[in-house]
Design a protein around this ligand. Sequence first.
Ligand SMILES: [Zn+2]
Length: 125
Amino acid sequence: MMYSVDEFRRRPTVAASFPLRFPNGAKWTEFRGRCCKCDVVFGVEDMRGDVVPVADDSYRTHDVQAFYIDALGYCEECELFTPFQYLLPDTMILVGVDTENRQLLIYDNRRRPWWKRARDWISML
Ligand SMILES: [Zn+2]
């Protein structure tokens, strides 16, 4: 996906699709990305592209189980696009590829269960 800056500005913002809600009650409230060169966090107007629902293939239900983000961030300072390709599923475990080292990224965004917090707290005593 390659754009001129003008074409990019005509694309929908990623933020316009948020929050992402799922039939199981899960919700992604926002998606923020950083410039691959200067590390600045992109504002709403500077992250644009597609947010595509990924549905269950069963014929009974067509529940959305994930959203696929295929977007670019544009940095005015660096005059550079940073690509973002991520899967945001209803399990709240984000999957993507790191743009710098091409490694698979997995980020667990679930709230940590109380027993884990309690265990960590106890281990500090
Ligand atoms: Zn930059």
